[in-house]
Structures are given as C-alpha cells and as structure tokens.
Write a new protein. Sequence first.
Length: 377
Amino acid sequence: MDMKNFIISLALLLAAQTVCSQNNLPTQTYTLDKPYKVEKIVPPTGKKVKNVILMIGDGMSLMHVYSAWTANRGHLWLENAQYTGLSKTYCTNKLITDSGAGGTAMATGHKTIYHAVGVDPEGKPLESLCTVAKKLGKDAGIAVTCRLWDATPADFCCHNIDRENEEDIIADYLDSGIDYAFGGGAKYFLHRKDGRNIFSELEKKGYHISRTVEDLMAWKKGRVFAVPYDVDTPLPDERGDLLARASLKGMNLMNQNPKGFFMMIEGSQLDDYGHFNKLDMLMKEMLDFDRTIGEVMKWAARDGETLVVVTADHETGGLTLLGGDLKTGTIECAFSTKSHSGVMVPVYAFGPGSENFTGFMENTDIFWKIKSLIDKN
C-alpha cells in the first residue's frame, strides 16, 4: 500500500472510530488464536433435489460473515457456496423483524406479525416446510443450539400467535410429525404448570427420547427427540462440535428414508451474543456455525442430491467491522444496538437447485423456492 492510500485508509478508520465514540459505542477486539483449515468442496453435478437442508444463522449478517472470515485468516467453509443472494426481512407490522416472524416467513412462505410463530397475522396455523416434506413422504427434522421453545425451531414445528407462550409451544411438538429433533429445553417438557410430561406423551407416539448426547449417538433407526439440556446447549468452548455432530446424526438417520428429508439447522446463539454485544462469544458462535456448514456441505457433496441453503432471519447487534489484521486474525468491531437491525441478510446455496437463490428476494421466497424444488422430485 502506498503512502497516499495508507493515509486515506487511516483517515477512514479514524472517522469510523470517531463516529462510534461520539455515539458512545465502544470498540471491541477479537483474535482467533488457532485458525482452522478450510478446503475446496467439489459440488455435485446432478439436478435432482432429494434432500434440502436449510441452515439459519440467527442474527447473522454480511458483517458477521466478513468478520469471521477475517478472524480465520481469510477462509470460511461458507465460501464453498455456489450462489448468493440477499433477503428482505421485514414483517407485516414492523420494519425490524424478530425470529418469530422472520423464521415463519422462511418456514411457511407467508409474512406474519412480530413475535408470531407458525401462524398468519390472525393466528391461523400455517403449513411449514416440515409438513410439506412429510406430505411428500419425506422425513423432517431440526437441530438447534437453543431451547426448543425458542422462536426459530417453533416456526417450523409449532403454531402460536406469541412466542412467549413457551409451554404451549412445547406441547405443539406432539402434533408436528417431525422425525428428528435436537436442542435444549427439557425444562418445559417436564416442569409444567399443567403437570403434563411431554416426553412420556412423545414416547406414546413412537418417539425415542434421548436425554444425553451419548444416547442419541448410539441410536440407530427411528424417530427421536434428543433434549439433553434443561435450557440452551452449553457455550461453544464447552460443547465443541456438538452442533455439527447432532446435525450429521439427524441427516444420517433421516437419510434412511429413500424419499429423502428436509432439515432445519440453526446456529441459535449468534443472536444471544449480538444482543449482549459480546464480540468474542459472537465470533466463537459464528465460527462454530461455519464449521458446521463445512460438515454439512461435505456430506451433501458426497450424497449428490442434497441442496444446502444458508441464511439468517434478521441481523442482531448492528455489528460493524472497523478494522483488523488478516495476518493475525484480529478484528476490531462496534455494536450499534442491543436489539435487531434492519439490514438485508445474505442467502448462500450449494448443490442441485442452488442457482435459484440469487439476487434480491423476500424471505418468504425461500419457502417457495425450496417447495418448488422438492415438489419436482
């Protein structure tokens, strides 16, 4: 870099830092000490879409992706996506959405009101991609790092006008028809005001209940609800590659269905650390999500008939990358809010049918594009 460009770059950085300072937005730094290796994945060449895996980074924006890319020295598994687009996330009664309305739009193809899950603005239940898959004879499942009463998993399996009705949402899983569930939230399966034991009721419907990760990994065939934790799954440093392992377990179980499956996988706790404005934890979650994306894409490439779509329901934290160093994996960022912001979110696609996920789109379009592809196959 010549002196002129260096001076311009420095001036821009100082200006950004001044703006953050004037608005009482302190900067934070994060360095990834041990970057992980990323490889090129050769995508399949076939056209048939038997399986679809929708991966949602809750609260993830382009800024999250680019910050994580910088921290990992300029490499992400996500870069193996063949096509990219941008999704508009507003809901029916607010410009700035939440995971209830944002997730429902992707799950059902219909926009709804803020805080609603799996229903239209009047509270009428909507058919989700899980139900679409089941009607086609496919399996359907979810894997998340949050509690199962949280908005995003509920968007795909449950129906309620208010995401805060947590015990009612958990009871709705009894009628979801899904074949695989992994997440936290055992608290409201058992310790309920109505005295019900939802685990026992699920068992009567033919589900195996896994209360430990070890039990889940030993399970070989059949429908399963794996809920090893009372609330959320552990922090990323404690859980390691749990999201990747739980996702692959569900994919392998459901792939025993010759007609294929639909699965939603969520990097749930990105949203939490965006709300908390904790850059280090946010990046750990983002990088864990990227490594999970890598494992899913490698599986999909081997399978040859699996479409992987990666996107977000909204942005959280108003994250801004102000500076850093690619060589050391250091980033300097600031947050502009402890809530959600209104930026469009990225859409990435890999595998057969991925060419459909380009350009500007409504978040509802993701449902209709996926439905069209699996309807044809």
